[in-house]
Design a protein around this ligand. Structure first.
Ligand code: IPM
Ligand code: MN
Length: 370
């Protein structure tokens, strides 16, 4: 059996707890001869800072680059509030994204019917929701220069962040969105703030031209980012694929996550360009949620977004969509049985710990493979 090289970065907070549940599943898949995995583990975020004084070491960066896929849980926490900006936990994640050129972040928001009552919106608004946020991940204000705080010498300081996008960056993320839409419901909503930002003007122009040139069969609409935020909580089922920049994508995906019942439900895939020679692409898979330091170490975190991220790795990196379907099916099977972690406990028959949820999903998976 060929073995996929997975580089695993549990990170901080609840990261190690939820990653342990993924490792139960990968170990089982390998034991059963279904998918072979070779797993290496590294340090990222505060965990890396504590050992190496940086948010990710060069050695672990090299391992990430060499892997078939990277799985990351979460970074950050109050313990590292005082560390220098350049080595803060988030810098490790941002370096992975930038150095591996993972420009396309896919954040699917699916509301499992069993969870519609856990959403903060009315059931009928979210039941059956299935949208995909395509977030640009290596550009925009996250990485634009200058990025600094300068002392003006008169008792004032000035903070500068730079929002910058080149045509090629908008085109390549646009292509990802249009290609995905063709496999879904064939509709793309592009979002920016062209009414106040030059980057929004260019974004809008480039996406419009790309669609006219290469994707005339796909429906395209534009919504200003503030209006889109409003529409997401007003009538979320109008959306299929949403394509937007790094910062708006960050915000809007947290909103979308909550529609599904809990931030603990959303996986994501961060993908690089496909190498034309090998047909492979660099990729990192991680939950949309953070390290949840408030509940870390208590065994109550929801591992579903992390396990869903493994399913995305099987689908997008290894072409094992059928096995990914089984993992996602196992998740929804467990939810259908009324089994819940605390964050999605509304209407639960039973509230499970992190490990019990992992076990329940694995049990469901066993049945699916019988
Ligand atoms: C996310 C996170 C990160 C981001 C943080 C941890 C740097 O919020 O992946 O959405 O802002 O991109
Ligand atoms: Mn975020």
């Amino acid at each position: 059996m060929a073995a996929y090289k997975l580089f695993v970065l549990p990170g901080d907070g609840i990261g190690p707890e939820i990653m342990a549940e993924v490792e139960k599943i990968t170990a089982w898949l390998t034991r059963e001869g279904i998918v072979g995995f070779e797993i290496e583990k590294g340090l990222v975020g505060g965990a890396a800072y504590d050992v190496h004084g940086v948010a990710i070491s060069d050695a672990d960066m090299a391992r990430a680059e060499a892997a078939d896929a990277v799985l990351l849980a979460a970074v950050g926490g109050p313990k590292w509030d005082g560390v220098p900006y350049d080595v803060r936990p988030e810098a490790g994640l941002l370096r992975l994204r930038k150095d591996m050129a993972l420009f396309a972040n896919l954040r699917p928001a699916i509301c499992y019917p069993a969870l519609a009552d856990a959403s903060s919106l009315k059931r009928e608004l979210v039941d059956g929701l299935d949208l995909m946020i395509v977030r640009e991940l290596t550009g925009g204000v996250y990485f634009g220069e200058p990025k600094q705080i300068i002392d003006l010498g008169n008792g004032q300081k000035r903070a500068i962040d730079t929002q910058v996008y080149d045509t090629y960056e908008i085109e390549r993320i646009g292509r990802v969105a249009f290609e995905l839409a063709r496999k879904r419901r064939n509709k793309v909503t592009s979002s920016e703030k062209r009414n106040v930002m030059k980057s929004g003007v260019l974004w809008n122009e480039v996406i419009t031209a790309l669609r006219a040139r290469e994707y005339p069969d796909v429906e395209l609409e534009h919504q200003l980012a503030d209006a889109l935020g409003m529409q997401l909580v007003r009538r979320p089922k109008q959306f299929d694929v949403i394509v937007t920049d790094n910062l708006f994508g960050d915000m809007l995906s947290d909103v979308a996550a909550m529609l599904t019942g809990s931030l603990g439900m959303l996986p994501s895939a961060s993908l690089g360009e496909t190498n034309p020679q090998t047909g492979t692409r660099k990729a990192l898979y991680e939950p949309v949620h953070g390290s949840a330091p408030d509940i870390a170490g208590r065994g109550v975190a929801n591992p579903i977004a992390m396990i869903g991220s493994l399913a995305m790795a099987l689908r997008y990196s290894f072409g094992l969509g059928a096995i990914a379907d089984k993992i996602e099916g196992a998740i929804s099977g467990v939810l259908d049985k009324g089994l819940r972690t605390a964050d999605i406990a509304a209407g639960a028959k039973e509230t499970l710990s992190t490990a019990q949820m992992g076990d329940a999903i694995l049990e469901e998976l066993r049945i699916a493979f019988k």
